[in-house]
Design a protein around this ligand. Structure first.
Ligand SMILES: NC(=O)c1ccc[n+]([C@@H]2O[C@H](COP(=O)([O-])OP(=O)(O)OC[C@H]3O[C@@H](n4cnc5c(N)ncnc54)[C@H](OP(=O)(O)O)[C@@H]3O)[C@@H](O)[C@H]2O)c1
Length: 462
């Protein structure tokens, strides 16, 4: 019995023990679970802390960026303001540089002139004369339109109407010439080209005098060019005085050396005889006389005509005032590419005479206006061959001296500017064969002329 009780108690104890063990095991598991949960929540907390730190960092970075953007914006505003200020300053600088350039150019002219002991006179001319050249800061032959007249600005600063009317005619009938000029003036022509040797100065003078008197036009609204003939190379001042007397005006707008040919005083024929040539050209002395004409206010600008680039280069070596213009034969069949490029490089404007090739002139030719390429372009544009030839000349930046005493053709020539030629048209004309019409054979001889051949006269530019 005892044994049984003992055993029963033992059994109870064993049961209790196994329960306790069980409980312990559960407790242990629960502790482990808690510990694991705590570990996990620690890790979570660490992760959370890390994320928080990262977030804080990116917030800081964002704030920095934002401040940077704000700062950038204000510095951009500052930059903009600064640039605006600089632009204002630059504009002011440009204006003062332009003024300085004007003054420098005037000074340069004066200094060069005073070298030749004429400085004082030129200074007073530039300051006092109402016809003083306006000095321009840049040498340019760019065309512009003023008062609806196309003009070209010359290197001395003054502007010249692009379309000029030639006044040479073989017949040289004073009444016809005068009437033609009168008609041209009413039509709006404002540039007239004459020369002592043409004999048209008196007719031009009369026509203009009447137009000024009748209020058709004012002196300052017309441009008159005249030219020094070879027999006057030794005394341009006296020659221009005589021209001015015929023209009945106080000044011409441009005075040109007609040809690089010096003749004996008194030689008055367009085709000089052999005994009228001077062997030595002495252009330095002639040009000094031309500059004197300018200083004296008898002309507003000076230039040359029929000069090769070689002769201009020689002239530039000693000229105090460079020529403003070189008036030469130029038309679709004598394009003057080399000369035009040389003149452009030296700020000299090329003016085209005989821009139609002089059809109807004894020495002229119908080769240009009758050329099939010119005719087909004219047909395509419903224009005339003359208009095509003239527009080609204008497209090269040249002014044109075209002669017509016929009212309809004057009108036609004036309207050439409105013609619109395409690039292909210009290219087709640029490709035409070349043929010089005014060759100057009459200035060549083997005995007395300094020019023995045409190549001598044109320095191989023929
Ligand atoms: N610096 C120099 O050495 C030099 C040399 C030569 C000429 N020039 C100057 O340049 C001017 C013009 O030269 P240029 O007369 O020899 O040549 P141009 O102007 O090419 O040709 C004039 C000839 O063409 C005719 N003509 C004019 N318009 C025409 C048209 N729309 N259709 C058909 N024919 C037309 C004229 O006759 P109508 O009058 O009957 O219309 C005249 O017979 C001269 O008067 C002179 O002032 C200067």
């Amino acid at each position: 019995m005892y044994e049984t009780k003992k055993e029963a108690a033992l059994k109870t104890l064993e049961n209790k023990q196994s329960k306790v063990v069980c409980n312990l095991e559960e407790l242990k598991q629960s502790v482990e679970q808690r510990a694991s949960a705590v570990r996990k929540s620690k890790e979570g907390a660490a992760d959370l802390k890390k994320s928080f730190e990262e977030l804080s960092k990116s917030l800081e970075d964002y704030e920095k960026d934002y401040q940077g953007v704000l700062a950038g914006k204000s510095s951009r505003n500052e930059n903009k303001k600064c640039l605006e200020d600089q632009l204002g300053d630059a504009k002011g600088d440009v204006e003062s540089v332009e003024t300085e350039l004007k003054q420098l150019k005037t000074k340069m002219l004066l200094r060069k002139s005073s070298k030749r002991k004429h400085g004082q006179k030129l200074k007073s001319l530039l300051h006092n004369s109402s016809i003083a050249p306006q000095c321009c800061p840049r040498v340019t032959s760019a065309m512009m339109v003023l008062e609806s007249r196309p003009l070209v600005r010359l290197n001395c600063g003054i502007t010249m109407p692009v379309l000029g009317m030639g006044t040479y005619s073989y017949e040289n009938d004073k009444k016809t010439t005068e009437l033609a000029i009168h008609t041209a003036l009413k039509m709006g022509y404002s540039h007239f080209d004459t020369a002592k040797i043409y004999g048209s100065e008196p007719a031009l003078g009369n026509a203009l005098r009447k137009a000024f008197r009748d209020g058709v036009v004012a002196r300052e609204d017309v441009w008159v060019t005249s030219k020094l003939w070879g027999s006057d190379h030794h005394d341009p001042v006296s020659a221009l005085k005589e021209s001015l007397k015929y023209l009945r005006m106080e000044y011409v707008d441009m005075y040109l050396v007609h040809w690089p040919v010096r003749l004996k005083p008194g030689a008055s024929c367009a085709i000089p005889s052999e005994d009228e040539f001077e062997q030595i050209l002495n252009m330095e002395e002639t040009w000094e006389g031309m500059e004197k004409c300018l200083e004296m206010g008898m002309c507003r600008s000076i230039g040359v005509s029929n000069f090769s680039s070689t002769k201009i280069q020689q002239l530039l070596d000693y000229a105090s005032v460079p020529p403003a213009v070189n008036q030469v034969e130029m038309h679709p069949m004598w394009k003057q590419d080399k000369l035009r490029s040389f003149c452009a490089d030296n700020g000299i404007h090329v003016s085209a005479y005989s821009p139609l090739g002089g059809p109807g002139n004894a020495w002229g030719s119908t080769a240009v206006v009758e050329h099939p390429v010119i005719q087909s372009i004219a047909f395509k544009h419903n224009a005339t061959p003359a208009q095509v030839a003239l527009k080609w000349g204008l497209s090269k930046g040249s002014s044109l001296i075209v002669k017509s005493f016929n009212q309809d053709r004057m009108k036609e020539n004036k309207a050439a500017d409105r013609l619109k030629l395409g690039r292909d048209d210009i290219r087709a004309i640029d490709e035409l064969e070349e043929r010089k019409i005014m060759r100057g054979d009459h200035l060549i001889n083997e005995t007395t002329s300094p020019y023995k051949t045409l190549e001598d006269l044109w320095d191989d530019e023929i």
